[in-house]
Design a protein around this ligand. Structure first.
Ligand SMILES: C[C@@](CO)(OP(=O)(O)O)[C@H](O)COP(=O)(O)OP(=O)(O)OC[C@H]1O[C@@H](n2ccc(N)nc2=O)[C@H](O)[C@@H]1O
Ligand SMILES: Nc1ncnc2c1ncn2[C@@H]1O[C@H](COP(=O)(O)OP(=O)(O)O)[C@@H](O)[C@H]1O
Length: 276
């Protein structure tokens, strides 16, 4: 049995540079990964099965559209294997929330299948499968801090944040990635540039925030609530939203912030974690 973590993805900065002819957008983004997230468990079996447990199981169901099932189908086709697998997903991350839960699950599935079938992690075919599943899947497959360009799937590893304490908060309003990109105002506000990861993040932006706020107005209150906390280094929305994150000086400041926000907004989802 293979147990594969599917950690939450964060966009420390997300600069949208241009609309492309293929319906996608040219991005520059700083990817980083939390210590926590979903968990995918895969075991060889007589026949395929897929079950979902965890707090957000009911939101996605276990149908064939799931990115995990699509990852298995694509892996079999590309690598010419005929295995059958019992797959379990512990769905802990909110769905359609800008922290790449589906992408992380697909990437974790590909990692587990690669391990099981002796495929090297840097096999170019694995990256090709990941790209075909979604723009964020290659970053989740790499699973470490990286600069993403193109659709976000051309990756260069960068220094990580070394377990920086972080709090992720989501108002539990689902936000469609395509809908947010469609509302982007078309203004190129400039590149990410060169420098250390944290300095670049601090100088950076999330260009999708105004579009996400138009769809999920709670994002504004949420960012405000995070920025008011003590010991905050950076507070920003991730991806197309609506999850926002804050990075903290230390774990105690993060835990104090988590308690304060939970008391004021008990309906919001939270994850107290750290960013690698
Ligand atoms: C915005 C980001 C930032 O990391 O994250 P999320 O908010 O999804 O977590 C990603 O670019 C999302 O990647 P992902 O969720 O894999 O996107 P896909 O399934 O490939 O595409 C969904 C839709 O998003 C839009 N899209 C996505 C990526 C991109 N570079 N340009 C786009 O315009 C397109 O409308 C596309 O049809
Ligand atoms: N394993 C999965 N987990 C979450 N969402 C999934 C999964 N498989 C397919 N989806 C679909 O992918 C969409 C995007 O979900 P998700 O990856 O959580 O969000 P985001 O792209 O905003 O980070 C959802 O609307 C959902 O229907």
């Amino acid at each position: 049995m293979l147990v594969e973590p599917a950690p939450a993805k964060l966009n420390l900065a997300l600069h949208v540079r241009a609309r492309r002819a293929d319906g996608y957008h040219a991005l520059e983004t700083l990817f980083a990964f939390a210590r926590d997230g979903d968990v995918v468990t895969l075991a060889p079996a007589e026949r395929d099965s897929f079950t979902v447990t965890g707090p957000f199981a009911a939101v996605i169901g276990d149908d064939a559209d799931n990115l995990i099932v699509r990852a298995v189908t694509a892996f079999r086709a590309v690598f010419g294997v005929d295995g059958r697998y019992a797959i379990m997903l512990d769905k802990r991350l909110p769905v359609a929330s800008g922290i790449g839960g589906g992408s992380a699950d697909a990437a974790a599935t590909l990692r587990a299948l690669a391990r099981h079938h002796g495929v090297a992690g840097d096999d170019a075919r694995l990256d090709a499968v990941a790209r075909a599943l979604g723009a964020d899947v290659p970053a989740c497959l790499l699973g470490r801090a990286a600069l993403g360009t193109g659709r976000g799937d051309d990756l260069v590893p960068i220094a990580g944040l070394g377990d920086c304490p972080a709090l992720l908060v989501n108002p539990l309003e689902k936000v469609s990635t395509a809908a947010v990109f469609a509302r982007w105002d078309g203004v190129d506000r400039g590149a990410i540039g060169d420098g250390g990861t944290l300095a670049l993040a601090l100088a950076g932006r999330n260009d999708l925030q105004p579009a996400a706020e138009a769809i999920a107005p709670a994002v504004r209150d949420l960012l405000e609530a995070l920025r008011q906390q003590g010991g905050v280094i950076l507070a920003r929305m991730s991806g197309s939203g609506a999850t926002c994150f804050a990075l903290f000086d230390d774990g105690a400041a993060r835990d104090t912030a988590a308690a304060a926000i939970a008391a004021r907004h008990p309906a919001w989802w939270q994850l107290a974690t750290s960013v690698a």
